[in-house]
Design a protein around this ligand. Sequence first.
Ligand code: ADP
Ligand code: TRP
Length: 320
Amino acid sequence: MRVLSGIQPSGSLHIGNYFAMMRPAIELQEEHEAYIFIANYHSLTTVREAERLRTLTLDVALDFLACGLDPEKTVFYRQSDVPEVTELTWLLSIVTPMGLLERCHAYKDKIARGLSADHGLFAYPVLMAADILAVQSNLVPVGQDQKQHVEVTRDLAIKFNHEYEEVFTIPESQIQENVAVIPGTDGQKMSKSYGNTIDIFSSKKKIRQSIMRIVTDSKTLEEAKGPDTCNIFALYKLFATESECQDLADRYRAGGMGYGDAKKELFAKFEEHFASMRAKREDLEKNLDYVESVLDDGAERARTTITPTLDAARTAMGLA
Ligand code: ADP
Ligand code: TRP
């Protein structure tokens, strides 16, 4: 089976990205033909400074390699190194109803807030469909908020196959049910746009500060507490085993434990999980030529996969 996922280089990656998308996508490399790419064409819709986009793109490459992406197993590339994707975007836009894009949330939300959108944001889901269909992916691991985009991709593939020829595989999204929406430090969905993230590779000091900022109710140390409504506990669950969770839940319910202690335990778990990855990232930072060569090689392999599909689409439409 072939799997593909992508992430935008539009800010520092956080544990919401990690548990919902990065880790599940990386794990699939063991048993499937995996493709992961850095969606820098997509980021152009929000990042307007060239140098910042370059830095963020490199950061995502370092983050994925540090978190265990194995470039021998996964085809890992920068979207803009595979310009075939943009040609396919145009071909797909021919079978894209305006109404379908008008219902997509990124665009709809912007319009609802009274902001004017540009064509890039409006057409964003078609570019995403091209990413997925170009490699004939069967499965797309993403967080809940990307499900709609995979539905659009399916609609476009079905329409193209029906109106022209059977060119595209119909993909399915894969959502990690237990981590569909990971809360941020304020209890809303963790998102770089809300300033409520715990980033995976910022300094220890910043990570501790983010964890200490997690919002709780105002119960005193002595009072019994409810683990199921607590943001600290929701994040602790991502790192801990079932018996560790049970143990902490018992201590919540018994009273006599303050939220400060729960935060310390969360920080310890965070460190245990990410310490070796942080060390690996530091090594990679000293070897940027290697990182570049991984991305170059990935782009070449991706183009080899994509070219026959693009040719088939061109032929089906009468261009070749
Ligand atoms: P952000 O909301 O921080 O801008 P992105 O939109 O770039 O994050 O998301 C990248 C990937 O991570 C997507 O697959 C998205 O669904 C997933 N993701 C991001 N934040 C969360 C979260 N808080 N809970 C679950 N999944 C998330
Ligand atoms: N839109 C996705 C996000 O914001 C990133 C993305 C672009 C993507 N193309 C993709 C994800 C193809 C999966 C498959 O997170």
